[in-house]
Design a protein. Structure first.
Length: 300
């Protein structure tokens, strides 16, 4: 760094030039070297040199900034610009600082997120299948009931009490249809019960079966009652004992069908319950003939 002794133009007489040496600096040393060996250092050019630096002082923003030479100030500015514009690669530093545990943790989080998304998508898919399958409820239609035999005779119950005993043989015909387009149903049933009021006169068990998609079948089930004690609970049978063809006997047929569909293996299962109740009036002259149940039953 160089400083002149005065800020005003020197007189025409020759005066010595003073130099103030700053701490060692490469740029300043270069400037000093050029000054010592340049023609401006000669006495004949000192006045023009003083005018040159005086003009540089007057153009500067402040006295403090004018004390620096042009090359030094430009070098300092370029150094500042380089420091501000230097790109900082933080990702490389983070990667270098991450250890094996951190990388393992990232992989674990990634695979956990992937597994969670897969489970979520699969669950949604299963729910959609389950919802669609619920719309394919099996169709159950009662075709008819045939009472082949009906006998009442005196007897003793299991405890030895004397009472009338009933023997009844009948057959129930049911139409079962599976309207589903993409699954088979497996059907079981609770016992079919034929009753008078609350007294059960006969019962039967339907065999379990499987029904393929978009198919149907007729199911025939035997409903039997053997030596059922009446205890005077069916007066309609007593009044017409002498004329059995005039017997009028109100009966109820009740049972429940359980249908199970495996839509996606055992992961997606759909269950259907069909509770059926039929109200029948049996006439003695209809013995051995089929009673139409199409309008006598309802499902719930």
């Amino acid at each position: 760094m160089m400083t002149w002794a005065a800020k005003y133009p020197l007189p025409q007489t020759t005066r010595p030039v003073y130099f103030v040496q700053s701490p060692p600096n490469t740029d300043v040393d270069k400037i000093s070297t050029r000054t010592d060996f340049s023609p401006f250092g000669s006495p004949s050019n000192r006045q023009s040199q003083v005018s040159h630096y005086h003009h540089r002082e007057s153009v500067g923003d402040s006295p403090s900034t004018s004390r620096f030479s042009g090359p030094l100030r430009n070098g300092y500015s370029s150094l500042q610009v380089y420091d501000h514009d230097r790109p900082i690669n933080e990702d490389d530093d983070d990667d270098e600082m991450d250890g094996p545990d951190e990388r393992r943790g990232r992989k674990t989080r990634f695979y956990s997120c992937l597994l969670f998304n897969f489970v979520l998508a699969f669950t949604i898919f299963c729910l959609i299948l389950w919802g669609v399958s619920k719309s394919f409820s099996p169709i159950v239609s009662m075709k008819g009931l045939v009472i082949e035999s009906l006998n009442v005779q005196s007897g003793n119950d299991a405890s030895g009490v004397l009472t009338d005993m009933l023997t009844l043989n009948s057959t129930v015909r049911i139409l079962y249809r599976n309207p589903a387009t993409f699954f088979t149903v497996h059907v079981t049933s609770l016992p079919l019960q034929l009753s008078y009021s609350q007294l059960i006169l006969a019962s039967g068990q339907m065999e379990k079966f499987s029904q393929r998609r978009k198919t149907e079948r007729i199911i025939e089930t035997k409903v039997l009652g053997n030596q059922i004690p009446l205890y005077g609970g069916v007066p309609a049978l007593y009044s017409q004992r002498a004329k059995p063809d005039r017997v009028v006997l109100p009966l109820n047929l009740t049972f429940t069908l359980r249908s199970r569909a495996y839509v996606l293996g055992r992961l997606v299962k759909t269950k259907f319950y069909s509770k059926i109740r039929c109200s029948i009036t049996f006439h003695g002259d209809k013995l051995g003939k089929q009673l139409d149940l199409s309008k006598s039953c309802y499902l719930h």
